[in-house]
Each structure stands twice: as structure tokens, then as C-alpha cells.
Design a binder for this molecule. Structure first.
Ligand code: NOJ
Length: 523
């Protein structure tokens, strides 16, 4: 594989702006806060920041309900703050990826206010209006259709009723979003992460979805039907290719797609002749059981399914999923870092993973996330993985001087950046080492994946490029394992000291420990 573009060899770092750093004491992170912490991300070694939405918004879904695609919500700062942030990001050689939310707007967006004002408003067709609802569900619970008294019709919303879906069959609505993209591209942003790109086009006949035969009571109500007619429609690929064409009018930009689909369907989002999304997010590591066997299968399946020339990518966490240290246990966090950062292609990290942050339990009174409020108690809430970044040991962890919008983790006095910084064996230093290793050993980015195998909960694979061969050995088990392997030169170890070389080419690996070794190769 040859990595020519920045987004191919870089590591992307997702910042959830409400929770990274507050600069004005209102308890909510903001753009000036991010500016203040840029040197931290430079030191971490990442190459690009993806910042979740900061556009003007009523915040019904914390910014994923956009009321103006070309502005900054005062909560997060001003356009001047944005320009300064972008400038400083670029000055440090980093790139900036914005979150584009084209599937839906806020119900307070002027387009929707116009659309709902009368049936013959020119923007009526910019949204999905029907006389009768079908059985499409909202991903946040209940019917996806909301009755609107003003004009006596229902509109469709894939998420909250405050997030009406745009009609991507309408050329003017399309064009309006493309113009918003151009607004930011011309300002210098380096790409977009496109929210729910696979949901953007719905069946034009609004056919009912078939029932889901494996639905069980207690599951989210959106699982009652199979999303055949309101997601992943064949026409979506034409829309993605049009978005890509907008990106391609500018130099060196990237279009990332948020897509939760099985591998074969996911691959279609690279587009015909790779003219779709350059990086359809690969969520395998978020969804696969945490065993060597399951991971080996998922990694091989993904690698084998990649279309010729398509660029792989790997994600370990984001603002919609439990933090990895909670999902698999803090004792496995270092191993998860080594897995993630030894896989080919582009890597996306979620803020806080590098310090081993865990989900923070949220008391019912403090719940913010509408997903939890709408369907409480079944694990849909995303607040636990969105809590403030703990920077230091002070009472508010250096995040704010006010009341944090979500509670800090109870362990923030010990688990924080300053403390981990001082401990050379901390997970933060491991992350830095592993990210740096990708730079010093490009085989980790571009090398072919070889010999993926799993036995006794130990996963091994190799990375090969121009005569260089690395072997990655990861023990997912809770007990030490002895693995037959040449040891060569150890390039990185999850926990120094837990590894030892035995006679007869045997390696002993501690529980949840991993190694990256360079095999002795003859050139
Ligand atoms: C996906 C986003 O990641 C999530 O946070 C949001 O709630 C939905 N899309 C709706 O925009």
C-alpha cells in the first residue's frame, strides 16, 4: 500500500468539544479551550483533529441538531475563535476535520421553519412530509413520524422530533448542503466526518419496513423492524459520490463516512472506482467480541473485503459507544492501544482513550442525553462516555472553573494527564510510543497484513513491507501465555517486564500483554 495523502498515514483524534476544555467557566468545553490544549495533542503525536459539531444549535442532541451550517454556537465561541483555532492547528502541522450533519437539521433551522409554514412553501419538499405515517422508527425511540398541526401532515425524523430529516432527493436541499461544505472548505478545513451517511436517502415509496424476527422486548424500539427502506438505499451512493466531488474541488481533503453496517455493505461506501468516501468508518473493533479468535476473524474479514486500492481504517471509540476501557476492562486498555495502533491504514482515537478513561456512571437526575431520556435504563445513554477530560488533580480537574455539564470520573484525582505524564510507564506514554512507532516504522501504516492467527486467546499477525517484517503478539487472556515465536528486536511492549524470552524460541507474555517485534529478516 502506498500512503501519499495525509489522511492515509495520519492518526485522527476525535474531540467532543463540550468535554475537552472549558475556557470561560460555564462548565462546557469550547473552541478556545481546544486552542489551549493544542500542544497536548501535538505531543500525543496525532495528525488531525475531528471536532464534533459546534454550529449554532438548540442542543436537543448536543449539536447534532444544526440550526445554521455556517456559524458557531456562542456556547463554543465565535467565528474569530474558529479561524484562530484553524490557523493554530495548521501552524502546528495538524489538520482539522469538521462534523457535517446532512441527514437532518434542527427543527429551528430557517429551512425547516419555512418548510413547515405551508404546504406550498418552496422549501416544503426539502423535508419528508406525508399524510400518513408508515412504520419507520426513530433511532431515539418511538415512531419516526411527527404530526404537525400547522399544515396537517407528518414529517419524518430518523432521530429526535427536533431533528427533521432533509429530503436528499430534492436538488435544492442538496445544493444548500454542498454550499455549506464549500463555505468551510474555502475557509481551510481539511475534510468532513459525515454523520449517518448511510441513512441519507429513504425509499421514495415510503414502504413499511419488515418486522425484525429476532426482536425481543426490552431492546430499543428502533430494532422492532429491519431498516430496509429507510437506510442504506442504493441511491445513497450517488449522493456520496456528489459529496466527494465537492471535496475533490479542493486539494487534499478527506470525506469520512459514519456507517454502521456489516462489512460487505460497508465496502460499497468506498464507491464505484473509489469515488465515494475515502474512509468509511470501520467500527469492527467496537462491535467484535473481545477474544483473539473473534478479532482475528473480524480483522481478516475486513482486510479481505477491501476493494482494490481502498484505504483501511480502524476506530476504537467515539462519542456514541462505551469507552473501550469499560467495554473490555481497564486491564485490557493497554492491549487495545497496541491492537489499534498496529493495524493498517488510518487510525481514529477518541479523546481520553489515551489516558484510559472509563465510562462515568450518571445518576438519573444528571442524565443529559435524549437517547437515555427517551428510552431509559436499557443502556442507550451516551453521557457516560462523554464526560470531561481530567487534566490535573485539582478539584475540577483543570477542565473548568464552573460546574461541569457532566460529572468528572470519581478517579480524576489520580487518573489525569498531569499524573500520567509523570509516570513513564503510564498508558499515556504507551500511546505516545505507539503513535511515534507508526511514524518511525511506516510498515505499521502501509505494510501488508499477514499470517493473522489466534490460539488460546493470543492473537498474532505480521506486517510486511519491502523486506521489513514485524510480528504483533497480543494476549487477550487473563493468564500468562507462552507462544512459540522468534523474538527479534522488541519495538514496543504493553507492559515492560511482563515479557520474557524463553529458550527454544518461546516467548512468555503476561495476562493482557502485547508485543511488537521486528523479526530478523534477510534482505
Ligand atoms: C450520529 C452521531 O454520532 C450521534 O451522536 C447523533 O446523535 C446522531 N448521529 C444524530 O445526528
Amino acid at each position: 500500500m502506498q500512503a501519499t495523502a495525509w489522511w492515509q498515514h495520519g492518526v485522527i483524534y476525535e474531540i467532543y468539544p463540550r468535554s475537552f476544555q472549558d475556557s470561560d467557566g460555564d462548565g462546557i468545553g469550547d473552541l478556545r479551550g481546544i486552542l489551549h490544549r493544542l500542544d497536548y495533542v501535538v505531543k500525543l503525536g496525532v495528525d488531525a483533529l475531528w471536532i464534533s459539531p459546534f454550529y449554532p444549535s438548540p442542543m436537543a442532541d448536543f449539536g447534532y441538531d444544526v440550526a445554521d451550517y455556517c456559524g458557531i454556537d456562542p456556547l463554543f465561541g465565535t467565528m474569530q475563535d474558529f479561524d484562530q483555532l484553524l490557523q493554530e492547528i495548521h501552524n502546528r502541522g495538524l489538520k482539522l476535520i469538521l462534523d457535517l450533519v446532512p441527514n437532518h437539521t434542527s427543527d429551528q433551522h430557517p429551512w425547516f421553519l419555512e418548510s413547515r409554514s405551508s404546504r406550498d412553501n418552496p422549501k416544503r419538499d426539502w423535508y419528508l412530509w406525508q399524510d400518513e405515517p408508515n412504520n419507520w422508527q426513530s433511532n431515539f425511540g418511538g415512531s419516526g413520524w411527527e404530526w404537525d398541526d400547522v399544515t396537517g401532515q407528518y414529517y419524518y425524523h430518523s432521530f429526535l422530533k427536533q431533528q427533521p430529516d432533509l429530503n436528499w432527493r430534492n436538488p435544492l436541499a442538496r445544493r444548500a448542503i454542498f454550499e455549506a461544505m464549500r463555505f468551510w472548505l474555502a475557509r481551510g478545513v481539511d475534510g468532513f466526518r459525515v454523520d449517518v451517511i448511510w441513512l441519507m436517502i429513504k425509499d421514495d415509496q415510503f414502504r413499511d419496513n419488515p418486522p425484525n424476527p429476532s426482536y425481543q422486548t426490552g431492546q430499543p424500539s428502533s430494532h422492532r423492524f429491519l431498516p430496509v427502506f429507510n437506510s442504506d438505499r442504493p441511491e445513497v451512493h450517488e449522493v456520496v459520490s456528489k459529496m466527494r466531488a465537492v471535496i475533490d474541488d479542493y486539494r487534499d481533503r478527506v470525506l469520512i463516512g459514519e456507517i454502521y453496517l456489516p462489512i460487505p455493505k460497508l465496502m460499497a461506501y468506498y464507491g464505484k472506482d473509489l469515488g465515494g468516501s475515502q474512509l468509511p468508518f470501520n467500527f469492527q473493533l467496537l462491535q467484535t467480541a473481545w477474544t483473539a479468535e473473534a478479532l482475528a476473524r473480524a480483522i481478516s474479514e475486513y482486510d479481505n473485503a477491501l476493494p482494490a486500492g481502498a484505504w483501511p481504517n480502524w476506530v476504537l471509540g467515539n462519542h456514541d459507544n462505551a469507552r473501550i476501557a469499560t467495554r473490555v476492562g481497564s486491564h485490557q486498555a493497554r492491549l487495545s492501544a497496541m491492537l489499534l495502533l498496529s493495524l493498517p491504514g488510518t487510525i481514529t482515537l477518541y479523546y481520553g482513550e489515551e489516558i484510559g478513561m472509563t465510562n462515568v456512571p450518571i445518576l438519573p437526575d444528571l442524565v443529559q442525553d435524549p437517547a437515555e431520556k427517551n428510552e431509559p435504563g436499557i443502556g442507550l445513554g451516551r453521557d457516560p462516555e462523554r464526560t470531561p477530560m481530567p487534566w490535573d488533580s485539582s478539584p475540577l480537574a483543570g477542565f473548568t472553573t464552573g460546574q461541569p455539564w457532566l460529572p468528572l470520573g470519581h478517579d480524576h484525582a489520580s487518573l489525569n494527564v498531569v499524573n500520567l505524564e509523570q509516570d513513564p510507564e503510564s498508558i499515556l506514554h504507551l500511546y505516545r510510543t505507539l503513535i511515534a512507532l507508526r511514524k518511525s516504522h511506516p510498515v505499521l501504516v502501509t505494510g501488508e497484513l499477514h499470517s493473522i492467527a489466534a490460539a488460546n486467546n493470543v492473537l498474532t499477525y505480521e506486517r510486511h513491507e519491502s523486506g521489513e517484517q514485524l510480528r504483533i503478539i497480543l494476549n487477550f487472556g487473563d493468564t500468562p501465555a507462552t507462544i512459540p515465536s522468534e523474538i527479534g528486536e522488541i519495538l514496543a511492549a504493553t507492559s515492560p517486564g511482563s515479557t520474557s524470552e524463553r529458550p527454544n524460541k518461546l516467548i512468555q507474555l503476561g495476562a493482557a500483554a502485547g508485543l511488537i517485534v521486528r523479526l530478523h529478516t534477510s534482505r
